[in-house]
Design a protein around this ligand. Sequence first.
Ligand code: TRP
Length: 371
Amino acid sequence: MPHIVTPWEVKGSVDYDRLITEFGVSRIDELLLKRIKKLTGEMHPLLKRGVFFAHRDLNFALDEYEKGNLFLYTGCGPSGPIHMGHALVWMFVKWLQDKLGLELYFQFTDDEKFLVKDKSYEEIQKWLQENMIDVIALGFDPKKTFFLIDTKHANLIYPEAIKVAKKLTFSMVKSAFGLTNENNVGTIFFTSMQAVPAFLPSVIKKKKLACLIPHAIDQDPHFRLTRDILPKLGYYKPASIQCRFLPSLKGMHEEGKLSSSTGEAIYLTDDPKTVREKINKHAFSGGQATVEEHRKKGGNPEIDVSYQWLTFFEEDDQKLQKIYQNYKSGKLLSGELKAILVEKLNTFLAKHQKKRVLAEKKINQFIYNLK
Ligand code: TRP
């Protein structure tokens, strides 16, 4: 089955090479990797391992960075608990913020999630609070990070959103997202809201700034449209750096995107026992049916979800290489591999959950204009 990738639906086994041509994005090549490494002073594992694999205008963004003219923009759609797939994007954003010393505008699209999910406004507001706490706990710099909440900052965002909306037609939105006449009209308007943080800092500071958006590749259709419109309003096209999806525990062939709705994601609020049970029960294994067979033939790390997850979360190349070899040779059993992943995740989550308690009191330090 061919894949379907839009901001609101990811289906089938995602073919990332095909997505590059389908979306018209560029692959991050060796030269760009070298340039990023030169500017940040180190190579992030998610870049080295090709998790962040595509971009638009990244060289332009780095040129503007060198002139002191760049800011970062990313976001969160608050409709449920935060899972590891979201966290990994934001950990990378935090790294970029730290290494490059950049301001970050962080949008919470509570309007979007109310419009597209079968959830009440109140329920979405609850997730907004919870999600802000997780984002803060990931360690963003409060002096340089600005939360924009679509319904709370409407006075700031709406006047700009209508300028985008006036240049965006129903047919452009329809073809970018595959919308039909049955979609609600809020959804049709919504891209205009997601476009705004890409130029709002230029409005606020009365200076034409460049914007770099780190995001998972399913968000690209929003920014493809945004790039068409912004030059017409006198702003730069936003640049982007895009990542693959963390595979679902069920396996890469089942579903392309770690979805909160299937219950098979690991949430940032899961306790150690839940994490162990989920991995043991759901993580698709590339191991053999019996221990004897596994010792003889070895496992297949390429399709083993626990191994694949370690390529996202184990920063140490040598450790990862050793796990790969031991699993492939049959020395390491599936249960043992799962235990390594469980330990890695639970160590991260224990620290995160401690920071979460403190983060709750800091929300007002992050919300734009409340500072
Ligand atoms: N629409 C995104 C979501 O559903 C949230 C979002 C808003 C976003 N602005 C963004 C994500 C910019 C990445 C970059 O999760």
